[in-house]
Write a protein that binds this ligand. Structure first.
Ligand SMILES: C[S@@+](CC[C@H](N)C(=O)[O-])C[C@H]1O[C@@H](n2cnc3c(N)ncnc32)[C@H](O)[C@@H]1O
Length: 275
């Protein structure tokens, strides 16, 4: 029997769907049309890397409650949103009725190549996948589908929890307060990691208080990008957004870590094979 590559975890596909389905209403309530993490870090990077033009076709993979898809519809693009969790899609449809034919939402596992092929070969100008690849049990079928769905020269923009700084399997965040001789008080915000290079599946939460734990899949940056490079993609844009303000009430929130990016955003394009 052929062994799965070390970064693929297909045995957890059902867990992923069930956990996200159970957490969907909580997620919808907390995320709404974008929480501060999304509005400050995720959306600006995804939006500028996507660089959408009116009339383009956008596929938003793992769209959740559809808030980013709705924001992108404001650019005058046609949007298709897909998600593995049926309840996320129900919530996305309920919140998007005013967009009529400009938006459609479908329940689909982005790692189901056969199902995704029904969306149309080389149909999309751009594909986004916000904060979700670390939630996906498999990444190779995703890369193959994205390559098959994008028009030549089309762009694929994804964000993930930064694999080096915010992949919380044994991640520890700390603030050290030093009182200096000259009376200054210096706070240093730091991240300590002890696991990085080995892909691992673990459990965690996306938003504190969610009903059930979800699966996460840590993959180092080299593994993550090589899966796409092997499909003929090249990277031509990258951002590592950080918060700019401070939240003194919550010292260990990412808002206070101005030197450590919690999100990695990448734009990939398919190289023209010349055929
Ligand atoms: C952290 S949420 C992000 C949702 C949305 N993109 C956003 O930025 O708000 C991750 C989403 O990935 C979806 N997901 C996980 N694995 C998936 C898969 N294989 N195919 C499609 N969606 C998937 C989950 O159901 C969940 O809605």
């Amino acid at each position: 029997m052929q062994q799965e590559p070390a970064h693929e975890f297909p045995q957890f596909n059902d867990d992923v769907r069930e956990a996200w389905n159970t957490n969907a209403d909580f997620w919808n309530e907390r995320m709404g049309e974008g929480n501060s993490f999304h509005n400050s870090l995720v959306r600006p990077s995804q939006e500028s890397l996507l660089d959408l033009r009116p009339g383009e076709q956008l596929l938003d993979i793992a769209c959740g409650n559809g808030h980013f898809a709705r924001q992108m519809a404001e650019h005058g693009v046609q949007v298709t949103g897909i998600d593995i969790a049926p309840r996320q899609i129900e919530n996305a449809i309920a919140a998007s009725s005013s967009y009529g034919d400009q938006m459609r939402f479908l329940v689909a596992d982005a790692t189901d190549k056969q199902l995704l092929s029904q969306l149309g070969a080389h149909f999309f100008d751009a594909i986004s996948c916000g904060m979700a690849i670390m939630d996906m049990a498999e990444v190779e079928p995703l890369a193959e589908s994205v390559a098959a769905l994008l028009k030549p020269g089309g762009r694929f923009v994804f964000t993930v929890m930064h694999p080096a700084f915010n992949s919380p399997n044994h991640l520890s965040r700390s603030v050290e307060r030093v009182e200096m001789e000259d009376g200054r008080i210096v706070d240093t915000y730091a991240v300590k990691i002890s696991h990085y290079i080995k892909p691992t599946a673990y459990e965690g939460v996306a938003i504190i208080g969610q009903p059930v734990l979800q699966r996460y899949f840590h993959r180092p940056i080299s593994v993550l990008l090589n899966v796409f490079f092997n499909q003929g993609f090249v990277a031509d844009g990258i951002e590592e957004p950080v918060f700019g303000g401070t939240d003194p009430r919550h010292a260990l929130d990412w808002d206070n870590f101005h030197e450590i990016p919690p999100v990695l955003a990448v734009r990939l394009r398919l190289m023209d094979s010349g055929q």
